[in-house]
Design a protein around this ligand. Structure first.
Ligand code: 1GP
Length: 248
């Protein structure tokens, strides 16, 4: 677990780690290099790469390009088996535990497992919990699962604990990419207090102030994609990094 341990160390040292999500569909190759350079300069701790739904087969080229620009960890965040690639350092091996779709709980994992072994990717077992935001997310639609209602904190806590008891190393609280509202802070806080696994939070974190509150609520990892995708500038990346790194 070299990559995962590196992320944990970063999170401990800085207060939390800041992960920039790259969706290969949403950025042109010629703009990607600049974004990666700005990300490194601006204080990103690792890159996540993937999408709930990809329109093209650009994941390998995207990963290769990112790896050519940085030594920071590059981690797959796959929406499907066809996003598995040997060019990443590690993969979030996601079980969509808020849903009851067997394919996303275990089925695709069986298909992917031999590929991951052959590729020698570091596998990070992740309990992935989709939480209701104001509109239907792509994940909800594609996976045909229901998110947990925002007012059902105890359900989120129980799901997170079950994931921990099943041996998952990371709990990901997901609001859905581009969500209007992020995962509520009280849910982050309750999960953090209830389980010992580190908590990653993403979806709808539109501003550095929101990222800061999520870290103050106990998140070890903050994922931002859409906000930076829509406003790709170094100063915004720096503001997010400053907000996440509460110990620096
Ligand atoms: C989505 O959690 C990630 O799966 C990031 O969400 O794109 O809304 O930042 P955003």
């Amino acid at each position: 677990m070299v990559i995962f341990n590196r992320l944990l160390k970063t999170s401990t040292e800085k207060g939390a780690a800041f992960l920039l999500l790259i969706d290969p569909d949403k950025i042109e190759k010629k703009e990607l290099s600049k974004l990666i350079v700005d990300g490194v300069k601006g204080g990103v701790d690792a890159f996540l790469v993937g999408s709930s739904f990809l329109m093209n087969n650009s994941i390998h080229d995207t990963l290769k390009l990112i790896k050519s620009e940085t030594d920071l960890p590059v981690i797959l965040f796959p929406g499907s088996v066809n996003q598995v690639s040997r060019y990443a350092d590690a993969i979030l091996y996601i079980s969509l535990i808020s849903g009851r779709n067997p394919d996303y709980l275990f089925g695709y994992h069986v298909i992917a497992a031999p590929l991951l072994k052959e590729m020698e990717l570091e596998v990070i077992p992740t309990g992935y919990i989709l939480i209701e935001s104001e509109k239907m997310s792509s994940i909800e639609f594609i996976t045909n699962t229901k998110p947990i209602p925002r007012n059902k904190k105890e359900l989120v806590m129980a799901h997170a604990l079950a994931a921990e008891y099943m041996g998952m190393k990371l709990i990901y609280l997901e609001g859905g990419s581009g969500a209007e509202i992020s995962v509520p802070e009280n849910i982050v806080l309750s999960v953090k207090e209830y389980v010992s696994s580190p908590v990653m939070v993403g979806g709808g974190i539109k501003a550095p102030e929101i990222a800061r509150k999520i870290v103050e609520s106990g998140a070890s990892f903050v994922v931002v994609g859409d906000a930076i995708e829509k406003n790709r500038n170094l100063s915004l990346i720096e503001e997010f990094a400053d907000a996440v790194h509460i110990k620096l």
